[in-house]
Design a protein around this ligand. Sequence first.
Ligand SMILES: [Zn+2]
Length: 291
Amino acid sequence: MYTNRKKNFLYLIRNSTIESTRFDECTGCEIPCKEHISYPPEILKRIDQSNMSNSVEKHCRHLCIGQSILPSQWPKDVKDLQGNYIRELTKILHENKDSIGYSIKVTSTSIMSKNNSEQIADWYLFPDQIKLYNVHMKQVKDIVQKLFINDESIIKIKDTTKTIEEQLKQNNHLPIFYENIICEKLHGLWILVCCHYQRDQRCGVIGPILVDEIEKYIRKTNRTDNVHCLKISHIGGHRFAGNVVIYPSGTWYGRVLTCHIPLLIDAYTSSSTTDLKNKLKPLLRGHLETI
Ligand SMILES: [Zn+2]
């Protein structure tokens, strides 16, 4: 009797040891992880597990239109947002697509702003990493002309003699606009996460959980000055949620779990980045492209 009980005890210990030493090769987290929050099972089972490399539509720039509208309030198509700001902007981009000569991704982003006018927005432009404050709808056409047709941003997309990385290292002058518009350089790492619930529940549920985890890790590692996060609207590929885009490199990742966040941030901020980026390869969807 005693021997049997002892045997059972040893069996339990051995099994719990085996259980606790199973780790995800990519993140180093225990499976299942007790530290990082997991997604609802009904959402997880709807994530596409097929090959996601090269699942990014060709584009050379990403413009995020920042307004004080919560992601939960974004309609299915952000062109239908009250005030028609994005509708007007995309119309102007479309009318000028031949003179622009490359594709620009346009998304909404939710920001805290003192300005509540539907006619005014703050622009975040990547990979240029610049922010334009207070762009009035009436000024959109001129700014599109200056930034995208005349190529007067700090990155000259149409100059193929230098890579974007090389251009970012140079201290190019910020473009000058109207008096009401302030233009500033954005520093550090920018992590954009699709959180568009009314477009697709997968990104709508997973996105905000990821953003919480990102913000938690940024605070924990004292990187609030160097790492920034934006909730954005539809960028393509909800079936691969969580969808995350990193700037200035313009790298897209899919099927991102909360367990991946420390690795993702460390890979773009620490000194041994190559090894860490290699670990992220299974999540890679594609890249921003050059002309
Ligand atoms: Zn974990």
